[in-house]
Design a protein around this ligand. Structure first.
Ligand code: NAP
Length: 241
């Protein structure tokens, strides 16, 4: 496949390594230009391009993996001419204290994180790879049926795009679990039990079922409080995003 990745940081680079090792052509971009990505090219085997080129040359799949707060900085016509059937993956997470600042629609719960990204991009997105640490994603996954194979939730309003992305998740060595629509993707956001816990398929399904689909105000408050605590702990350890 031809895959464009916008964002060449922890997740973008981890995905690039894995995807090139599977034989895919990967075009990767950051905000500063391809000339600043020589080391990433060398490390990942991907070709450095501009964000616009990544969107155009990623003729089978585009991944947007940049900090949430930077999404509005992307070129407004980024997806002009990109056919509707090309899936766009969003890996975003909301870190208000350490990185993104407070975003009203996410604080109130009016939108999910990827619901907000979808609105900003003006194009359906598939939420996946947001709940696995970059270090883990950089390692090869496991063949289907292997005990301890990690499962990843995949959420989208676009059924066809979700299906294509689920196939790729399986190819990368994870059980792909249909986690419903973007409205339901709050379940895999920071602050909840599915976030960065590398659950196997049975446990992931159990958690999705237990959480339900419609987020209650209590669940929203609990996720935000847990994330606040997590960010405070990270700040205390001097971790910067
Ligand atoms: N790190 C993890 O373990 C992890 C796990 C799951 C999900 N996530 C989420 O995935 C997203 C990316 O995380 P990350 O850790 O990979 O971030 P990161 O290491 O900070 O890298 C961010 C990348 O985005 C690029 N970028 C920023 N603004 C851009 C723009 N306007 N146009 C093009 N590229 C732009 C940066 O390029 P420049 O350096 O040139 O600005 C950089 O290459 C975040 O939402 C994060 O919360 C992270």
């Amino acid at each position: 496949m031809n895959i464009g990745i916008i964002g060449a940081g922890h997740i973008g680079s981890a995905l690039a390594v894995r995807l090139t090792s599977l034989g895919h052509n990967v075009y990767i971009a950051n905000s500063r230009g391809p000339e600043t990505l020589k080391d990433v090219e060398q490390k990942t085997g991907a070709t450095a391009v501009t964000a616009e080129e990544a969107a155009q040359r990623g003729t089978d799949l585009i991944v947007v993996t940049i900090p949430l707060k930077n999404i509005p900085d992307l070129p407004k016509d980024l997806f002009a001419g990109v056919p509707a059937e090309v899936p766009v993956i969003d890996t975003s997470n909301y870190y208000p204290m350490l990185r993104d600042g407070q975003m009203p629609e996410l604080e109130t719960g009016e939108l999910t994180e990827s619901g907000w990204v979808q609105q900003q991009l003006g194009r359906p997105v598939v939420k996946v790879f947001n709940n696995i640490l970059a270090d883990h994603l950089a390692q090869p996954g496991k063949p289907a049926g292997t005990s301890g194979r990690v499962a990843l939730p995949v959420a989208s309003d676009d059924a066809a795009a979700k299906q294509k992305v689920m196939q790729l998740v399986e190819e990368l060595g994870y059980d792909a679990i249909d986690a419903g629509s973007l409205r339901e993707s709050w379940r895999q956001q920071p602050g909840g039990p599915i976030y960065c816990n590398d659950l196997p398929a049975d446990q992931l399904r159990e958690q999705l079922q237990r959480l339900g689909t419609k987020r209650t105000p209590e669940q929203h408050a609990e996720y935000l409080a847990n994330q606040h605590q997590q960010e405070q702990a990270m700040a205390a350890q001097g971790i910067k995003l």
